[in-house]
Design a protein around this ligand. Structure first.
Ligand SMILES: [Zn+2]
Length: 448
């Protein structure tokens, strides 16, 4: 009987504890979400891509430093609130118009109309629905303002700049933390990263970037230093996908020193580039012949010999007999010999699941066999007209992921990206900004 009573007490008291824990978390979450709305520091943060790149240096202003064990350092920098402060918010009801709402809040009629007109091309004002919202922000400094229109599917910001109204779609306001971590690898990169609480997606991205040039089992020795700088989007509640974004990764030791930077070019494309501005994962190929004169395009065509309409899976280039044919990139000989209508045919296998094939050759370079290593620019054979061919020419193919693609579209197919001069200048500025952020954060660690 006493036992039963004891059990009852245990059951009741543990139920009470569970209820308290659940209630605690419930209210904690509830309080937090209220804070996000009411806290002026977070409510008016409008983070556009541009804003993030312009303000990433702000992390040094307001940082929390967590002291961890000696090989591991972490700083969480919180970004500053935007200059604009939310002064008014309105939810659309039946009969509301943007002009009317703005007029009621003291905007001149002409100003209200101009703002409404600026919104219209992006979000037609006719499509604004009940429940959509408009927010008015003002800047303390110069009394300039910003209007944000929030519909179910989009957020649009309008500002007046030098008398011109500018409207742009923006992202959800994100609460971004900038996180910087550095650690010494004490066994291997993977294990050391896990021990240092690097999020999986950041670790995988860093491995993907560095593994192109660095052999992780051979080149990463104990004592190699890893530096990772990334954003942690606090607005993400569930799941990690997209929560973290790697801004910078470096691995350095006596034998290696490699940095990668996230950079957004003017055409809104974000990619990683090494310290010299060369795209990560990029692959530069050269021409297979000294002079390229296309005689037959990639695509559907009437076959010159059989007369049938057929898909042409490569490009034909005019060539003189025995014109040297070059390996377009470093690779391994994958096939060498006679291959049906292709005659003398050689295929090379390159990095990134890319292959290149050369047909109708008169002869191959001596000493090449299946499995031979070739370097870019090596002569692999000489043009001819073996197989089914009307004259001397090179039939050239590029195969990406087992698919024969249009060789002229190679850069697009494999997401090759190179920066033009203007973009390169922008990249160098961004690179120094990120390095500067990191230097400041490192100083914070040192003087702690
Ligand atoms: Zn051809």
């Amino acid at each position: 009987m006493q036992f039963l009573l004891k059990n009852k007490i245990i059951i009741i008291s543990s139920s009470v504890i569970i209820l308290l824990v659940v209630a605690f978390f419930y209210f904690k979450i509830a309080i937090q979400s209220v804070q996000i709305i009411s806290n002026p520091d977070t409510a008016n943060i409008i983070l556009t891509e541009e804003f993030i790149s312009e303000n990433s240096a702000n992390v040094s202003e307001n940082v929390q430093i967590k002291k961890l064990d000696s090989s591991q350092k972490e700083i969480i920098g919180k970004q500053e609130a935007y200059n604009f402060e939310l002064v008014d918010k309105h939810e659309f009801k039946t009969g509301d118009t943007i002009v009317g709402i703005l007029r009621n809040r003291g905007f001149e009629l002409s100003e209200a109309i101009a703002l409404s007109n600026a919104i219209n091309p992006i979000i037609p004002v006719k499509l604004i629905q009940i429940g959509d919202q408009i927010e008015i922000y003002r800047s303390e400094k110069d009394r300039s303002y910003k209007i944000i229109l929030i519909t179910e599917g989009a957020r649009l910001a309008v500002i007046k700049e030098k008398g011109v109204y500018k409207a742009d779609l923006i992202r959800e306001p994100a609460k971004l933390n900038y996180v910087y971590k550095e650690f010494i690898i004490d066994d291997n990169f993977y294990e050391s990263s896990i021990r240092n609480d690097i999020p999986d997606s950041i670790l995988n991205k860093a491995i993907e970037l560095h593994s192109k040039n660095i052999n992780f089992s051979r080149d990463i020795r104990v004592g190699t230093k890893s530096k990772l700088y990334y954003t942690n989007n606090q607005s993400f509640k569930k799941g990690e996908n997209g929560k973290f974004e790697l801004l910078y990764s470096s691995l350095s030791s006596k034998i290696i020193n490699e940095e990668f930077f996230l950079y957004q070019t003017t055409d809104e494309k974000k990619n990683y580039y090494d310290q010299d501005g060369i795209g990560a994962g990029g692959m530069k190929i050269i021409s297979p012949l000294r002079r390229l004169i296309e005689t037959s395009k990639y695509g559907m065509r009437i076959h010159p010999v059989s007369g049938e309409e057929k898909m042409h899976y490569g490009i034909d280039y005019a060539a003189e007999l025995n014109a040297p044919i070059f390996a377009i990139a470093d690779g391994v000989v994958d096939f060498i010999g006679v291959k049906g209508d292709f005659g003398n045919y050689i295929r090379l296998s390159h990095a990134n699941n890319v292959k290149s094939a050369y047909a109708h050759l008169n002869k191959f370079s001596e000493n090449l066999i299946k499995g031979s290593l070739v370097n870019q620019t090596d002569i692999i054979g000489y043009a001819g007209q073996t197989g089914l061919s009307t004259g001397v020419h090179l039939h050239f193919e590029i195969i990406v992921n087992e698919k024969r693609i249009n060789p002229n579209k190679f850069d697009e197919e494999i997401d090759n990206y190179f920066l033009n001069d203007l973009e390169l200048t922008g990249f160098y500025i961004e690179r120094e900004k990120i390095r500067d952020d990191i230097r400041k954060l490192e100083q914070k660690i040192t003087y702690q």
